[in-house]
Design a protein around this ligand. Structure first.
Ligand code: ARG
Length: 612
């Protein structure tokens, strides 16, 4: 089902093109002039407004109000009746806006269509599906995932779900940091421990021959110690470098440790993805180590194409337009003077692989805003090298930081990064207290299930409601509140609709049958009409959310939906409604529940609960 907004846009654009006639051809050469139909800013004046008349008038050097009158006359004319099946007679407002109000018949017809499509709720698919690579999460190995990985992980997941819903082929890529000099340090340290252990064994103090890495927490602690030692002890640092080379060359012991560290890290991130409801699997992992063998080829090709040059011993590419503060060209260093490759080299190898092997039409990178310049420059170099076709889209989807109540990046009291696992544990624990308070009679199993859904849902939903480009302050109290645009509020709204339906069934009302048989819809009360209008606009919310990679458009829509449902339910009896009204109202309840469920569960990966 095409969204009303898109239909209006197409039809009015066409008429605008006809009215502007000759000038149309100069008007970007399309079969019309963009009508720029947008949801009305004030519901009193209608449901949509046409914003495109003023810019067109400016182009044609004519009076915008007059032009609006011509357009409306044409829209209304019997020969080119473009609107009467959708809207009431359009009205001109202000300097040249056209206000549109949907007809109740159209709303009713759309509601019926949506209700017949339980899986997709009438959401349309892209005309030309693309292959889209989405690069997100990307934790660094040997450390526990911390709050800094939350946003990339869940925003990336939502983007994948939105694009898949639109019919695109989505390839998830988890670009984990599993290669680099840090492993030299760690292996060096581990080997030392083994050496000490061996000595202890010889003296009968221990029986270990190889250090047994049992948890990621231990590994992280060893990593910290190794880092410290590396800083202060020059000969230790030299040996660490030796181990980097050993690892590169496939030394058995180095490889064994590396594999162990990677697998510990991965099993922890797997657990976190599962808890977060994030659809990333082991097969989506293409970490830095995957690209390592391809790096010499990347540098060689850049040299061969005359793009890479030696500069102060390093191999650099200078993409056009990038300058430092003094106006000197900025380099992308692809190989250091000691032969080492860099983060950027790996990203270049990744782009080449994604376009060349995965056949990506578009690559989306979800990382924090601080990596902006890195990606801009890498994209520029990849285009210079011809690894990306002109029509291939490269998008950096950025986000701000998670802050503590003091407005500074969220840290523990001792100043460390907050571990994601601990954050989620605390959210669930706090949600559990709320459940305990509100509903002490529930079974242990149910309490657990609800606390989990609410706790995890609250953390995710709070993140999604924020405009991703801004920083936000992390507050358990706010995200777990039953008031405002929070997960528990939305989950409650859903459970409430379901409980109305259950009550109806208990009273002997054949809810599903009534809904299925409601062929004629009667929308009479203002709040009923308002809810119905909002329901048919779910597709618009989904497409603007996907178009801008902004989950907050979707959460804003869902919150409005819950509020409109509340007003409707206050004003209109449902179970006790007269027999001519009840089927419509039951249908409105059902579509409200299904839409909330679809948004929360299918698109945001947040559990809904049947009763709270
Ligand atoms: N591991 C990186 C980090 O923690 C994120 C990876 C982002 N993706 C990429 N292709 N560079 O910053």
């Amino acid at each position: 089902m095409q969204s009303v907004l898109n239909i209006l846009e197409a039809r009015i654009s066409e008429v605008m093109g006809e009215v502007s006639g000759q000038a149309l051809r100069q008007c970007s050469g399309q079969a019309g002039c963009p009508a720029l139909v947008r949801p009305a800013t004030d519901a009193r004046f209608g449901d949509y407004q046409v914003n495109g008349v003023m810019p067109l008038a400016k182009q044609l050097k004519t009076n915008p109000r007059k032009l609006a009158e011509q357009i409306v006359a044409k829209l209304n004319s019997a020969t080119a009746d473009k609107l009467s099946d959708i809207c009431e007679s359009p009205e001109i407002a202000g300097p040249g806006f056209i206000n549109l109000r949907l007809k109740p018949e159209l709303i009713a017809a759309n509601l019926l269509q949506i209700s017949k499509d339980a899986d997709r709720l009438g959401l349309e698919k892209a005309e030309k599906p693309k292959t889209v690579v989405v690069d997100f999460s990307g934790p660094n190995i040997a450390k526990q995932m911390h709050v800094g990985h939350l946003r990339s992980t869940i925003i990336g997941d939502c983007i994948c779900r939105l694009l898949e819903l639109q019919g695109h082929k989505v390839i998830r890529q988890n670009h984990i940091g599993d290669w680099g000099t840090q492993f030299g340090m760690l292996i060096n340290y581990l080997v030392n421990v083994v050496y000490i252990d061996a000595a202890m064994k010889a003296t009968g103090l221990s029986t270990k021959t190889e250090y047994d890495l049992s948890s990621l927490r231990d590994t992280e602690e060893l990593y910290r110690k190794a880092q410290e030692r590396n800083k202060t002890d020059k000969s230790f640092a030299d040996v660490s470098r030796y181990w980097v080379v050993q690892l590169q060359n496939g030394d058995e012991q180095a490889k064994r440790y590396w594999e162990k560290i990677v697998s510990l890290s991965l099993s922890e991130s797997k657990e976190i993805y599962e808890r977060l409801g994030v659809l990333l699997t082991e097969s989506d992992i293409r970490g830095e180590s995957f690209y390592n063998p391809k790096l010499p080829g990347v540098v060689a090709e850049l040299k061969k194409k005359g793009l890479a040059v030696e500069s102060e011993g390093a191999v650099c590419v200078f993409p056009e337009g990038f300058k430092d503060k003094e106006g000197k060209p900025l380099p992308v260093i692809v190989q250091k003077s000691d032969g080492a490759y860099l983060y950027a080299t790996t990203d270049l190898a990744a782009i080449r692989y994604r376009v060349g092997e995965l056949k990506a039409d578009k690559i989306i990178y979800v990382t924090d805003a601080r990596q902006g310049l890195h990606f801009e420059m890498v994209f520029a170099v990849a285009r210079m090298a011809g690894w990306v076709k002109p029509q291939t889209e490269l998008v950096h989807v950025t986000f701000g930081s998670v802050l503590g109540e003091d407005g500074k990046p969220l840290k523990t009291r001792s100043g460390e990064n907050v571990k994601l696992k601990e954050l989620l544990d605390e959210a669930v624990e706090r949600a559990r207290k709320v459940v305990e308070e509100k509903n002490p009679g529930l079974s242990e199993d149910e309490k657990k299930k609800i606390a989990n859904a609410v706790g995890i849902g609250a953390v995710k939903y709070a993140d999604y409601t924020n405009n991703r480009t801004s920083d936000y302050i992390f507050s358990f109290d706010k995200m777990l509140a039953m008031e405002g645009n929070t997960a528990p509020y939305m989950q409650y709204a859903y459970a409430r609709v379901r409980s109305i339906q259950r009550k109806g069934r208990d009273k002997g009302i054949e809810v599903d049958k009534e809904i299925a048989q409601s062929q004629s819809i009667s929308l009479t009360e203002p709040s009923e009409l308002d809810l119905a209008k909002h329901l048919i606009r779910y597709g618009e919310a989904v497409s603007s959310s996907a178009g801008d990679y902004r989950p907050n458009y979707l959460t804003a829509y869902l919150y409005d939906l819950a509020q409109k449902f509340s007003s409707f339910y206050n004003d209109c009896p449902v179970l006790d409604a007269s027999s001519d009204k009840r089927p419509t109202r039951l249908l409105l309840c059902d579509l409200t529940a299904k839409t909330i469920e679809h948004g929360l569960h299918n698109l945001l990966g947040i559990e809904v609960i049947e009763q709270m």
